[in-house]
Ligand binder design. Sequence first.
Ligand SMILES: [Zn+2]
Length: 547
Amino acid sequence: MPRRVRVPELPFRRWFTYREVTDFLRALAASRPGLCRLDSLGQSREGREVWALTATDFGSGAAEDRPAYLIHGNIHAGELAGTHAALHTARRLLTDRAGLDLLKRVAFHIVPRLNPDGAEFVVTTSGRVRSRTDRSERMPNTLYQEDVDGDGLILSMRQAHPDGTFAADPEDRRLLVRRRAGAKGPFYRVFPEGMIHAWDGGDRIRVEGRGFDWNRNWSCDWRPEPEQHGAGDFPFSEVEMRHFAEFIHRRPNLFGVLGYHTGPAAVLRPPSTGALSDLDAGDDRTMEALARIGAKETGFPVVPVIRYHRAQDRDINLRGHFHNFGYQHLGLFVFEFELGTIADSAGISTEEQFAISSEEGHEAQMRRVLRWWDRQRPRDPLFRAWKRFDHPQMGRVEVGGLLFRHQANQTVRALSRIAQGTYRFTLAHAGQHPQVALEEVQAEAVGGSVVRVRARVANRGTLPTHVSNRGRSLSRVRPVRVEFHPARGATLLSTEGHVEVGHLAGETGSRMLEWFVSAPKRGGDVCENRVMGGAGGPVRRIVRREA
Ligand SMILES: [Zn+2]
């Protein structure tokens, strides 16, 4: 017998580079080849693989024949914790009793790093990017981020300037605060560390090219810029998102999607535009009940995307956002975990973060974060001291400030606890999968060569085969049908072989079916029944005549 290979440990020490993500996924797939396989959705813009791990018990069935649950992380470059949380779930599914049990019924597709290029930029340099910036066509007088002083990091540059909009914080000299009327200098203008393309030497300096936010590039409610910042040129115009959309639309068996982000901690649920009343009332209740499981398991509040904003602001409309796509276009219950940022690790709640209504409030929060960070004494500091540097273009500047890769995420240690909760939520949500079965299958001789075949097609899962009420109305999720394929030598006597059953409710949805067949051979095959459509997975069953 081959030696059992150990499932690799997932260290919670630092965020992973592309190489480390790749190595971990390969080691995972190699350790349990009967339970998971590693594929690529395709290549990123810069030629990295967008990995997709499929986890299911291949020994008892194929992934396409099971209801499927999709997890994605790190669509936003700086949200590295999402990759780690997704990898944690992948590992637990392969090692826990509850996970292994679920793999017998459900296929998981896990895309831990949807944006490998952007994430690599952040994890290796600590530079700042949402999903992507356009660097292919460089504009004059525009600063592009770069490690100019050669210390391996992209930090901030501050330069004394009479019109500078920042000043050193009198309470914590490390921080920069907004210049206020009557304040004493020196005043600074502040840029990311970088070089200015085709600079004319003047004061007007723009920062970076056009920004793209891939969570505004989904097809539902998509709007072009400037109506929706970061939208891209058209739905799925970004190659990684296009790969992902094709992957999703090839899988009618999907019944749930979970995305990982980092922002003030929350369990996000639809809608991302409009009002809660735009959703089917029954779907709204189911969605809320599922989200509350996420809240219970993580301690995060449940927030509809439209309300994920500061207390004093009006509800937001995010166009081309994942939530409306997942619910309106796929008909699924979809969620996102906002895993928190460094402010959450410092003990500042989502409610407190969203209550901040002024620059002063934001500055006070940053002081609190830095004081807390100082007490942690971590080896990789959140703040780098300002250091004098002779910039090849700008002359004397100081380089330093906060590290974006730490600011944008909770500490890795805090995530190790949170990821347990998001995993338990995943088990609970995925555990509600629809489950189609053929029951009470009989082939009974009723005289001569005539056989009566009976079977009950049933959904014994929790969710209906159309998943949501919205899903019932979409062509994507096809109604359940039972196909009748006669065996060699057998002839259908009933007027109808294939039966359109329609969708089946959860748990008790079933229908008894009956066919009369001429099948002369005793003990031989009569027919094969195939249950197709719905999200409960296809089922195939060969029916034999009793000897
Ligand atoms: Zn995000």
